[in-house]
Write a protein that binds this ligand. Structure first.
Ligand code: HEC
Ligand code: HEC
Length: 448
């Protein structure tokens, strides 16, 4: 919310129910160390050197160029969409923020990679606006495939949406004025073949040989499998304690190095209908990711609010009983295939988000009826990437089935939560879900 929070421009991370902070690891790896000087904060503000720090600027309603200092191509997009776009670039190229940025001065253009990236953004927009009729068809990932230097033979993404769309094609694209190639280069109606899956890719859209149940039947079975209507109605909090297997960032004050896999203690607190707090006991300082029903936030070595596509993902993940309200906030629902999830068979249900920002999927065990997987997409103006949550090892607690294992799979890093203690209806204070107050902005640096 404030423009002054320390680290808000260093760390971007998705804040999901069982989210991740791997970006801390990524940033530490590439930055050498996560050092934030007060200069960083001021470099991000609009204050000329030597003048008093301006009052915190509210990001809401601002364009990127009104809020940030040196955004030239993405200048007209909402400022809240900059961080999701940067997160997308990070995943698309498989690099950390420091690959392009001096993380103490994000506005600085010293690194050649940043200049190349700006040209690449322009090129990508030019391709989409000229060749692909303003649809977001070509993205950084299309060529880069998670590598900073792409292979010479790019392949388009084979992933198809519920109505044959590639994920990127379902999101609004940004049209940047004045960037276009000759429209004589636009394909007539040939784009369908350009987006077909390469040979060998699974044919996801094929009709299964067996008849699928209706969407209503699948959700009725899920609700029934979860527990008695009475137990479900009575449940207002779920507290889970256990451990998480994940890549650990180097502890503060230790020299930078590759991340190591560890099993820190973790706690998840949920309150109906949509409050969540995830705490991970990282070496040095616990990390917290919270959603209080309106603000999505992250507080680790750094703190920031999640905005744009990151917030949408956080809201999905904050649902008290995952997937239960999928029908309410999605439209054009379809039970469209049977797929293997781990060693189980599952019905896949796809639906478009009510706000038009893309589609999501939920998977239900064909035998038990329970939710085994959700797939959602982090959307940005440059493209989107999928995030998967798997639910395993359901056991009854106070009359409700609760998964004791959660696998969180994302291009930014995976986490496996194993819960040991689970309580339903333990008292949970609303205050824990609210973003902690941020320290006041530091004094400005001396003029150069
Ligand atoms: C591959 C290069 C690249 C990577 C990696 C990258 N960025 Fe950027 N970033 C850019 C470019 C290019 C711009 C300017 C875009 C423009 O001019 O429209 C930018 C602009 C920004 C700005 C606006 C700065 C200002 O005040 O003008 C912020 C903040 C930012 N990036 C944060 C991040 C964060 C956080 C990460 C890591 C998650 C990151 N970036 C990763 C290339 C990159
Ligand atoms: C049409 C294919 C294509 C697309 C789309 C594309 N790139 Fe590239 N990019 C390349 C190629 C090819 C190179 C390597 C050029 C070379 O070898 O000098 C490259 C190089 C780069 C580099 C320099 C890497 C280095 O270490 O020198 C950056 C940074 C980069 N791209 C960022 C992006 C970003 C960000 C996007 C999305 C906005 C993007 N690219 C989209 C093809 C593409």
């Amino acid at each position: 919310m404030e423009h002054t929070d320390n680290g808000s421009k260093v760390l971007t991370s998705i804040n999901l129910g069982f989210g991740r902070i791997s970006e801390i690891t990524m940033a530490a790896l590439f930055a050498g160390a996560l050092l934030l000087s007060p200069a960083n904060i001021v470099a991000q503000s609009a204050a000329p050197p030597g003048q008093a720090t301006p009052p915190p600027m509210d990001i809401k309603g601002k364009t990127a160029s009104q809020y940030y200092k040196n955004v030239k191509v993405l200048k007209d997009i909402p400022a809240i969409d900059i961080h999701p776009a940067m997160e997308y670039i990070m995943v698309g190229l498989g690099v950390g923020c420091a690959y392009c940025h001096d993380v103490r001065h994000f506005d600085n253009d010293d690194k050649p990679q940043k200049k190349t990236a700006r040209n690449m953004i322009q090129m990508t927009f030019a391709l989409n606006s000229t060749i692909f009729d303003n649809q977001l068809r070509v993205t950084c990932f299309t060529c880069h495939r998670g590598q900073p230097l792409p292979s010479a033979s790019p392949v388009l993404s084979p992933e198809k949406g519920p109505e044959g769309l590639a994920p990127a094609g379902t999101y609004a694209s940004v049209v940047v004025p004045g960037i276009a190639l000759s429209s004589s280069m636009a394909p007539e109606k040939a784009s369908a073949s350009a987006t077909t899956a390469p040979a060998g890719a699974p044919a996801v859209a094929k009709a299964p040989p067996v008849a699928l149940p209706s969407v209503d039947e699948i959700f009725a079975k899920y609700t029934q499998a979860l527990g008695s209507a009475e137990a479900l109605a009575k449940a207002s909090t779920i507290v889970q304690k256990g451990t998480v297997e994940m890549a650990l960032p180097p502890a503060p004050g230790t020299p930078p190095g590759p991340p190591t896999i560890g099993h820190p203690a973790a706690e998840s607190d949920r309150k109906a209908p949509d409050k969540v707090l995830l705490t991970i006991d990282l070496p040095g300082k616990p990390s917290k990711e919270g959603y209080d029903g309106s603000t999505s936030w992250l507080q680790a070595a750094f703190s920031r609010e999640n905005t744009g596509g990151e917030k949408a993902v956080a809201q999905e993940g904050a649902e008290f009983i995952p997937g239960l309200k999928f029908r309410d906030n999605h439209s054009r629902l379809k039970a469209d295939s049977i797929e293997k999830v781990g060693d189980r068979e599952a019905y896949r249900v796809s639906g478009f988000r009510s706000d038009g920002s893309g589609f999501d999927r939920v998977y239900f065990d064909t035998q038990t009826g329970l939710l085994v997987r959700t797939v959602t997409y982090m959307n940005s103006v440059l493209g989107s990437f999928p995030i998967e949550n798997d639910f395993e090892d359901y056991r009854p607690v106070s009359g409700i089935q609760i998964p004791y294992t959660n696998r969180f799979i994302s291009p930014e890093g995976n986490r496996i939560f194993k819960w040991e203690q689970v309580q339903v209806n333990a008292p949970v204070d609303d205050a824990i879900f609210v973003r902690p107050p941020q320290p006041p902005p530091p004094p400005p640096p001396p003029a150069k």
